[in-house]
Design a protein. Structure first.
Ligand code: BGC
Length: 746
């Protein structure tokens, strides 16, 4: 079969290969076919029927072809098949003879990772975590739809986005790519993102399955956790997302779980994912995460990425010798073909086109505006009154030119390049700080043209404080950068920014801190500043969105999708367990070495189901800002709680906007289970985002999925609703729940 060692691709050939990569797109292939010879082109048949028909015609080699990638462009030598790759992280050769197109995969966590090779424009949405902070499933659908449209415009038919690992460890360097600490919020959000994406006829993906909750030693770590706790926390987020979206692919993770690598873990892949959750799509390995042929195949891994260490010659031999039954191989192939038919990538292949840049920037800005969380607003310092301000100090690293973004495979190339680099030097590199060219300084100047708006980078805190002292208001843009392949040592802001903020606040009490972070941060200065705004990694239009919130054009409505603890010491684990010997996870040249397997080290999540607020609640630890918290420029009150028990209990209550300004309140519903359940004090079971004009009241209802009230019974391998007393609590954050009612459920 194919040679396994390749040299370096020649750029000019790659250029032509990209240029002509559409030449084999499906319509022409289909045009040559007739419905009679290719009955699977009949769109009235089910995806399963169509996939089965194709499989009947396939040779063993063709089947194997679909079960692995062909290497990442730029890391592989040219081969006849690679010339059709679009330059994304993964490419699967199609079966031209049968009219099955290749699969063009791109990373697309918060936008299409366009990468130097592809060289196309992509819109950067606010980070995934920011999306979750909107608690808005319509916005999440739009988030996915935008990515789906831009993938298609760049010639891709599959995303590698969809990260939903729970924020069990907030120092995890990929926290910005995930959706927070609660399985219901995270699961519902990723489900909506994938629905929006797959509606564009792109294969969706949810990752990294499972328990890949830290980056340190991710290829070696073995995760130990109680099974029930896993089903009720990390795995529940996947379960909800997969069920809601019928996603076509799931990426298994690098780490081991309960002794086996996730990508050859039968309990995870077959027993839970394919049987319990009835997942009909295909499982692909994270890049280099395949570690065997027969074992992985039997465990339920359908596809190896990015190359073919195991799922080629070795798998073929195993099939020929009968070690891997043909039916098992056919199931892998069936799942991939089914995914292609079900999502429409065969009937409606992508055509390269020009992205609706302005339309998509508008979507990105709207979502950012809905994602920005107002954490503190002493004496209504915010919103700022543009008509009354004469002088504004804008302080903070690079706040004159850009806003930070999240790194690693999620990185979206900034149009025009990294804002802090000279023009033309904008290509992104693995683990490099990329500042999007969305300038807080310029945007504030445009908002208040009559005021004197001065900038100080903060590198000299005394100079920054002097500027603040002579200004009506000081706005400090503070950042914390994260990337795949690394974890944070601490939740403290880097680069002495705590000292900077403290000095500025001492000079001017009218100090507002805007945080550009990918996870929680500690804030030793919180009591001394007038306002705190969490903007996350705000994307292509971050500055516009932040400034609209600061000046009141937008009334903030977002709420924290994760707890902000008071200190690192309050986290379930004092430090992240590191591998005994540092492994170069980020070294992409090392796929084979990684695939060969690294010696395991142990991480034990003995906090179990107590992730995020469940931990702080159970341990009685005060926090800085609780899960579900966020202020508005108006205020809300809650009244009239009624619970209608039944299979899906219905929680009804009234929310009133007690101020003058229109806004949207995220009304949260929590439940405490009967004591016999031995669960943490409460869990989120639903929410409703209510739009209200000043003074307006609305009665809203939340129907609660019985699964969200259940415990997972490992012996019976199923969800179990314990009979007993359930306390329902309703309010505006996990720690402000003015309505409470107890009902007995049977
Ligand atoms: C990441 C995946 C990503 C893949 C392809 C891996 O390093 O863990 O999330 O999709 O690379 O870029």
């Amino acid at each position: 079969m194919r040679p396994s060692v390749r040299g370096k691709a020649e750029p000019f050939i790659l250029f032509f290969s990209i240029l002509f990569s559409c030449s084999l797109s499906l319509p022409s292939v289909l045009a040559q076919s007739s419905a009679a010879s290719r009955p699977w082109t009949n769109t009235s048949l089910s995806p399963d029927e169509r996939a089965s028909m194709v499989i009947k015609e396939m040779t063993l080699d063709e089947k194997i072809t679909l079960l692995h990638g062909t290497g990442m462009l730029g890391l592989s030598a040219l081969s006849p098949e690679i010339v059709h790759s679009n330059g994304g992280a993964g490419y699967v050769v199609g079966i031209q003879r049968l009219g099955i197109p290749g699969i063009q995969m791109s990373d697309a966590a918060y936008g299409v990772r366009s990468s130097g090779e592809n060289g196309r424009y992509s819109t950067a949405l606010p980070s995934d975590l920011a999306g979750a902070a909107s608690w808005d499933l319509d916005a999440a659908y739009e988030y996915g739809a935008l990515i789906g449209r831009e993938l298609r415009a760049q010639g891709y038919n599959m995303t590698l986005g969809g990260g939903v690992n729970l924020t069990r460890e907030p120092r995890n360097g990929r926290t910005f790519e995930y959706l927070g600490e609660d399985p219901v919020l995270a699961g519902k959000t990723v489900g909506a993102v994938m629905k929006g994406l797959q509606a564009q006829h792109v294969i969706g993906d949810i990752k990294h399955y499972a328990l890949n909750d830290q980056e340190s030693g991710r290829n070696a770590v073995n995760v130990n956790i109680d099974k029930r706790a896993a089903r009720e926390s990390d795995l529940l987020a996947f379960e909800i997302g997969i069920e809601d979206s019928d996603v076509a692919a799931v990426m298994c993770s690098y780490n081991r779980v309960w002794g086996d690598y996730a990508c050859e873990n039968k309990y995870l892949l077959t027993d839970i994912l394919k049987k319990d959750w009835n997942f009909k799509g295909f499982v692909l390995s994270d890049w280099g995460g395949t570690h065997s042929a027969a074992k992985a195949s039997a465990a339920g891994l359908d596809h190896e990425e990015p190359g073919w260490v195991f799922y080629s010659d070795e798998l073929k031999k195993d099939v020929e010798s009968g070690t891997v039954p043909m039916a098992e191989l056919d199931d892998h192939v069936h799942r991939i073909l089914r995914a292609m038919f079900a999502t429409g990538v065969i009937d409606d292949p992508p055509q390269r086109s020009v992205v609706d840049v302005f339309g998509d920037l508008e979507v990105a800005q709207k979502i950012a505006e809905q994602s920005i969380v107002l954490l503190k607003n002493d004496q209504s310092l915010l919103p700022l009154d543009a008509g009354k301000l004469h002088s504004i100090a804008v302080i903070g690293p690079h706040a004159d030119v850009g806003m930070i973004s999240g790194g690693g495979s999620a990185q979206v190339d900034p149009p025009g390049g990294n804002a802090i680099m000279p023009p033309g030097k904008g290509n992104t590199h693995w683990q490099e700080k990329i500042w999007f060219p969305t300038s807080p300084l310029k945007t504030i100047r445009a908002k208040v043209p009559a005021a004197s708006v001065k900038f100080n980078s903060g590198s000299d805190p005394s100079a920054a404080a002097a500027l603040a002292r002579n200004s009506d208001v000081a706005i400090v843009f503070a950042y914390q950068w994260e990337s795949e392949g690394m974890d944070l040592d601490t939740l403290s802001l880097p680069e002495h920014q705590d000292e900077l903020i403290a000095k500025v606040a001492a000079a001017n009490p009218h100090t507002i801190v805007v945080l550009e972070t990918g996870t929680a941060v500690t804030m030793p200065w919180a009591a001394r500043v007038g306002g705190i705004v969490e903007a996350w990694y705000a994307g292509s239009c971050g500055a516009e969105a932040v400034v609209n919130v600061l000046f009141g054009d937008v009334n903030p409505s977002a709420k924290l999708p994760m707890t902000f603890p008071k200190s690192d010491a309050d986290l379930p684990h004092p430090t992240i367990v590191k591998p005994p010997k540092v492994t170069t996870d980020a070294d992409h040249q090392g796929w084979r070495r990684i695939a060969a397997g690294l010696p395991a080290f142990q991480v034990t999540y003995d906090e179990g189901v107590k992730v995020g607020y469940k931990w702080y609640d159970a341990e009685n630890k005060p926090v800085l800002f609780p899960f579900g918290y966020g202020l508005s420029y108006t205020t809300y009150s809650y009244s009239g709680l009624k619970i209608a028990p039944g299979k899906n209990p219905r929680v009804t209550f009234t929310v009133t906007n007690t101020g003058n300004r229109a806004g949207a309140e995220i009304a949260e519903v929590y439940a405490a289970l009967p004591a016999a359940a031995s669960e943490p004090p409460k869990r989120l079971v639903g929410w409703n985002k209510v739009k209200l004009n000043g003074g307006e009241s609305k009665e809203v209802s939340v129907e609660v999925d019985p699964k969200f009230l259940s415990i997972f019974n490992v012996e019976q391998n199923g969800w179990q609703l314990l009979p007993g007393e359930y306390v329902f609590m309703v309010g505006g954050s996990s720690q402000s729940l003015p309505l409470k009612e107890t009902v007995t459920l049977k």
